[in-house]
Design a protein around this ligand. Structure first.
Ligand code: ZN
Length: 182
């Protein structure tokens, strides 16, 4: 009998502490803007569906981000507590298959999670894989205006940004730098 038949470990975890753990690892000296690197950030409420996921606004570039923005933990369907437990099980040297059993997840999902976690709890998502000329152009537009969301909006770059982001969860943090997403 798997342990998960006896105890739902995930249900015992405290969401608030999971997010605090991420913040502590990611910003031991306080939150910093993932777009421009400034430490001049203010708290800006919480995520609509995850009440402990702190949102921030950068005073330097007006970018918006939250605890998970730009990390491997963002843009995934698994709740943060599943990631934290996965990390814990990895520390116990459990196999992907064992972790999948314990978390009640698909084996391939867990494999993806452990691969990403090995790069670091808050490591940036892998670089976007470019597949065509159009996407390269869109990436160029976004990258060229990084930290200047107003300039992007004026030049109509927001559409390119939006369509690009719709396909690219990996670059999810870029959306938060755009003021119209508020
Ligand atoms: Zn900033």
């Amino acid at each position: 009998m798997a342990a998960s038949d006896l105890i739902n470990l995930s249900g015992l975890l405290d969401d608030a502490k999971c997010f605090a753990l991420v913040r502590q690892h990611r910003w031991p000296e306080g939150a910093r803007c993932p777009v421009c690197g400034s430490g001049a950030v203010i708290r800006d409420g919480h995520d609509d569906t995850q009440p402990y996921r702190q949102r921030y606004r950068c005073k330097a570039c007006a970018g918006r981000f939250d605890d998970l923005t730009g990390t491997v933990l963002a843009g995934h369907h698994q709740p943060l507590r599943a990631w934290v437990l996965c990390l814990y099980f990895m520390g116990l040297n459990l196999s992907n298959r064992q972790i999948a059993l314990e978390l009640g997840l698909d084996g391939s999902d867990v494999q993806t999670m452990t691969e990403q976690l090995r790069r670091g709890l808050v490591a940036k998502a892998p670089e976007v894989e470019l597949t065509g000329e159009v996407e390269i152009d869109e990436v160029y537009v976004v990258a060229g205006h990084k930290g200047q969301p107003a300039a992007v909006a004026k030049r109509g770059g927001s559409d390119a940004v939006a369509s690009w982001q719709a396909r690219r969860d990996a670059a999810r943090w870029r959306r938060t730098s755009h003021p119209s997403s508020a």
